[in-house]
Design a protein around this ligand. Structure first.
Ligand code: SF4
Length: 232
């Protein structure tokens, strides 16, 4: 197997550690429930979330939805008008352009601004389609496919990446782009959503980038960073 595992732990050992972490996180934060989400909404929300806080990106998304009655109107509006509506999320001009380009491509391909056709595709095809949209990378595509279609992808954002390296579920030298394929082999498929959402919550509340709150963290016993002082 070519995957790089931290601390030369055997593959099954890493899977056991992941299972323990998932269980402890679910004890702490509960088991997140999947809600039905519109895939285009998810796509746009994720584009707006790039390089900003959740608070700001959610504010930008809410403003976009209240300014325009639907995505057809967003597409018909000027870049400036769209940028103005999402100003709260930062990088407004770039995100407005990316959003409109993605909506344009979807309309061109599906003849309507809907991604429901992805449900009929194999997961690899659906991923390839989303990655072909301007401004859409693996994290955004995985979020859409996991949360809107329950396809087995495990999105890796900065929180998930940081904590998984600290826990030793991926090696310290593994790049963010490689971490997803490793984690998808280590985490049980039916726990992708729980693992992703609970790690984001954990990253915000306890395992912060700076000054992680080890003293209140239930994952201490399965954390390389805590036990051995490895670098984040
Ligand atoms: S023990 Fe510390 S570094 Fe490890 S997961 Fe918890 S807060 Fe993060």
């Amino acid at each position: 197997m070519s995957i790089i595992l931290s601390s030369n732990m055997a593959y099954n050992t890493v899977r056991q550690r992941a299972a323990k972490c998932i269980s402890l996180l679910e004890e702490l934060y509960g088991i997140p429930q999947a809600e039905e989400r519109d895939p285009v909404d998810l796509l746009v929300m994720t584009i707006l979330s790039q390089n900003t806080s959740d608070t700001n990106s959610l504010r930008a998304f809410a403003r976009l939805k209240s300014t325009f009655s639907d995505y057809e109107q967003v597409l018909a509006a000027t870049d400036e008008a769209v940028a103005e509506s999402i100003r709260a999320g930062g990088l407004a001009e770039i995100k407005a352009r990316r959003t409109k380009e993605a909506l344009f491509r979807i309309k061109q391909d599906a003849e309507t601004i809907s991604l429901s056709f992805l449900a009929d595709m194999k997961k690899e095809q659906a991923m390839a389609y989303l990655l072909s949209l301007p401004g859409v990378g693996p994290k955004t595509a995985s979020v859409v496919l996991l949360f809107a279609f329950f396809m087995p992808f495990l999105p890796v954002d900065t929180h998930v990446y940081r904590i998984c390296r600290r826990l030793g579920l991926v090696g310290e030298s593994v790049a963010l782009e490689k971490a997803q394929s490793i984690l998808e082999r280590v985490v049980p498929v039916d726990k992708y959503l729980s693992f992703h959402l609970n790690l984001i919550t954990h990253g915000r509340r306890i395992c912060r980038a700076r000054n992680p709150r080890h003293e209140v963290c239930p994952l201490q016993d399965c954390c390389d960073y805590y036990l051995h002082g490895q670098k984040p």
